[in-house]
Design a protein around this ligand. Structure first.
Ligand SMILES: Cc1cc2nc3c(=O)[nH]c(=O)nc-3n(C[C@H](O)[C@H](O)[C@H](O)COP(=O)(O)OP(=O)(O)OC[C@H]3O[C@@H](n4cnc5c(N)ncnc54)[C@H](O)[C@@H]3O)c2cc1C
Length: 470
């Protein structure tokens, strides 16, 4: 049967606007965010209800199509990109964006999985509540994608990764059945925690259609500082001291290297008014929901403790919301700064925070030895041991060629250091299509067996996101 004929039942189910086939309409769904992989799809399906998702899954199975769930298509590892020649339909939940319920007394929020993260945050904030999941892409990524990748972000140190925030889930399984577990309980010991199976599964076990998330009191009071680090400032000790001195009121502890700041400044074509010390800079934020907690005093006292030890050379405190935003804007636009400079090859590494300095020393030595002159833009959520360790594409070099060279060469040496220190080659971006080889290389056979067994038991025909993760 011709593909167009096979798509007729989908149009009958979803209507004309629910099935996109024209190349100019599907283009933005078939290219991955980093523009490393040009995929291909017979159609993008845009259901409006859970029933429609169930029905389209059954139809896809009958018509011999595969499925690639997609949220905002901001993922960094090609997990949402349909593979050329593989008859994979993209299922986008962008028309399933409802807030289903906010329960301010239970501190929980139930939403459709297609809602944009920033809209879910706003729904919480209208009730003076906080949804702490916060990423640079929050204006376009969607909750289904956040669950699919188990996203981390800027406040993991205090609130945990996505999987720590999820109370309940609703998933359309590869056979079209609905696993509805939109439970808003904190305590519910009824055996296996099945929802966790679908978090970080990258769309390989089903399509997440709904989610219940934990909320916190809105953090209405903040104290924010930009710290200039001394040479050889010990990051693990600084982070540990700050946690103790502030009684764990830190919500953000972000490292920014001099190169990363320079890229942002070059992109803006102007001085930023913030500087790094010899050891880089840290954007630090304390937050609380109550004015009774003297955050500024706590911050000042703890910074004095850092000064006394000679770990920081200077500190600027945000005196207004405008100054705070200006500090944050630097951190949030580093990826754009890298793009403006010609792009970067990203290494999303984590190590136990106690080993962070060791990683930076050993990694830096590898880069300067193997790629002298290549700019190293490292920054990230150091408070939780996660560092984005990115090599800026040298001027005049083709981005894709450089990416391939790095990924076939030095990347393995950097990952080997991380793993030697008890770390990971994928802290928060996942496996997708770009890191499958690494998963095989660095996983013991038992882990791979368990992954295969789980996939086979839920999706024996490989309908869901074939080519990603498993
Ligand atoms: C500027 C920028 C900053 C970023 N910062 C961070 C960061 O700090 N921390 C971080 O973790 N990531 C970050 N990312 C990466 C990315 O935003 C996250 O991985 C995000 O969670 C992806 O969400 P998405 O909706 O775009 O998912 P997509 O890219 O569309 O999909 C990602 C994966 O989830 C699957 N998926 C999507 N929807 C569903 C669904 N409904 N059901 C089942 N599976 C589904 C897809 O198949 C795919 O495997 C950043 C990206 C950018 C561009």
């Amino acid at each position: 049967m011709a593909i167009s004929d096979s798509l007729t039942p989908f149009t009958a189910l979803l209507g004309d606007g629910g099935v996109l086939t024209a190349p100019d309409m599907t283009a933005r769904y078939t290219l991955d965010h980093r523009e490393l992989m040009q995929g291909e799809t017979p159609a993008v399906l845009r259901p409006r209800s859970v029933d429609e998702v169930q029905e389209l899954v059954r139809l896809a199975r009958n018509q011999g199509f595969g499925i690639v769930p997609q949220g905002g298509n901001t993922g960094y590892v090609g997990g949402a990109t349909p593979e050329a020649g593989c008859r994979q339909l993209v299922v986008s939940l962008e028309r399933m964006t409802k807030v289903r319920a906010v329960d301010p007394l239970n501190f929980s929020l139930a939403c459709d999985a297609g809602i944009v993260l920033a809209d879910a945050q706003a729904a919480a904030s209208r009730h003076d509540l906080l949804l702490p999941l916060s990423l640079g892409s929050e204006g376009s990524c969607r909750l289904g994608g956040n669950l699919g990748t188990n996203a981390g972000g800027l406040q993991v140190l205090r609130y945990g990764m996505t999987r720590d925030l999820v109370l309940g889930i609703e998933v359309v399984l590869p056979d079209g059945r609905l696993f509805s577990d939109m439970c808003a309980l904190r305590k519910n010991n009824i055996g296996y925690d099945l929802k966790q199976m679908f978090i970080g599964a990258e769309g390989t076990l089903g399509i997440v259609t709904g989610v219940v998330l934990k909320l916190w009191p809105a953090q209405s009071h903040r104290a924010t500082a930009w710290l200039q680090l001394a040479a050889d400032a010990p990051l693990p000790e600084i982070a540990a001291l700050m946690r103790r001195e502030t009684s764990d009121l830190i919500s953000t502890f972000e490292l920014i290297s001099a190169t990363s700041l320079g890229l942002v400044s070059a992109m803006r074509g102007a001085e930023i008014g913030l500087a790094t010390g010899p050891g880089g800079a840290v954007l630090l934020e304390l937050s609380a929901s109550s004015a009774h907690i003297p955050l500024d005093d706590v911050l000042m006292a703890s910074l004095e403790a850092l000064m006394e030890r000679g770990w920081i050379t200077d500190a600027a405190l945000a005196q207004s919301e405008g100054q705070r935003r200006a500090m944050w804007a630097v951190r949030e636009t580093i990826p754009e700064g890298e793009k403006h400079a010609g792009g970067s090859v990203k290494h999303d590494i984590s190590v136990p925070i106690s080993s962070l300095d060791k990683f930076l020393t050993r990694g830096g030595a590898i880069v300067s030895q193997q790629l002298p002159g290549v700019r190293l833009s490292f920054y990230g959520h150091v408070g939780d041991g996660n560092i984005h360790y990115n090599l800026v594409v040298p001027e005049g070099q083709d981005r894709l060629t450089f990416t391939r060279e790095v990924e076939a060469g030095i990347a393995h040496d950097l990952y080997a250091v991380a793993i030697d220190l008890g770390g990971s080659f994928s802290a928060e971006y996942g496996i997708g299509r770009f890191k499958r080889d690494l998963l095989r290389r660095y996983s013991d056979p038992t882990r791979l067996d368990l992954i295969a067994a789980l996939k086979h038991s839920l999706d024996p025909d490989g309908l869901m996101n074939a080519g990603a993760l498993t």
